[in-house]
Design a protein around this ligand. Sequence first.
Ligand SMILES: *Cc1c(COP(=O)(O)O)cnc(C)c1O
Length: 345
Amino acid sequence: MSTKKDMDWGSLGFTFMQTDYSYVSNWKDGKWDSGVLTSDHTVTLSECAGILHYCQECFEGLKAYTTEEGKIVCFRPDLNAERMYDTAERLCMPPFPKDRFIEAVKQVVKANEAYVPPFGSGATLYIRPVMYATGEVIGVKPADEYQFRILVTPVGPYYKGGAVPIHICVSKYDRAAPRGTGNIKAGLNYAMSLQANVEAHANGFAENLYLDSESRTYVEEAGGANIIFVNKEGTLVVPQSHTDSILPSITRRSLVVVARDLLGMTVDERPVKFSEVENGDFVEAGLCGTAAVISPVGKISYNDEEIDISGMEAAGPVMTKLRNTLTDIQSGKIEGPEGWVVEIA
Ligand SMILES: *Cc1c(COP(=O)(O)O)cnc(C)c1O
């Protein structure tokens, strides 16, 4: 039993705090080395490293937390391993083996056990795997050396007093090109979204909603979260992209299983026109991602139009039910599908 750090877990924000160890493995001469834990939290790079010039970089995000019985677990790390594998391939980076990814996550969380927040605090240990080109390039081509690293940092509960509805806006910018990189988790998708993000916040919105950039007709997703809807019949409507430019959120895919198999709901995964939102077809909406699980969407603004979804008073009943069911599975309160909750220590 390790001693926990003396921290006010409940008042942690979503900011970086250095912990004891990170995991690091290097790709050189055509192979990954065996990988080690390191207490060195800085990275020294050549000024000509591929990451600095052509942005060969990708990342993941998942969390470890303590269950009611005091076990440290994480949620579906196999899907993060798989998504990072696919992302790396798309960026001509050597994918990190999936089994080693899961082992590395376990190793680095165990080494930082003292930073895993206790059950009931609402806080979690955020796990951030990241991979970048360290090899030197001047001409445009993939680098020949890479680093894979996992850092962990304790973060506070996303919502301190339960899930509060948010007001989002349709961005005048596009997030991802048709058949581009919208479906992979790469930093480059975020670099170009920062201006849109800053503007949305300055205008009083919590997040941007992006339309498909080919026709600006269909709903795609938010800046860092997928969106799901509930229609008047109680069906869960999940936007699909004609141009494969929605990031495959693990939270969204898990919620689809929860809705269909555990709650017996009808789930409709299909392209969703923004006009359906404007017509008032949806009575609830939510943004889903690892950080908040579901953020209920109360209102969506589009130019001067303000569309009321379920209002700003409280989360709707379906989003509440979905969120509670998934968080109960994650915390071990109810049993979810096999393999979803993976024990670390
Ligand atoms: C990470 C991410 C999400 C959420 O994915 P989860 O696996 O549920 O955390 C959604 N959209 C984008 C663009 C993302 O980068």
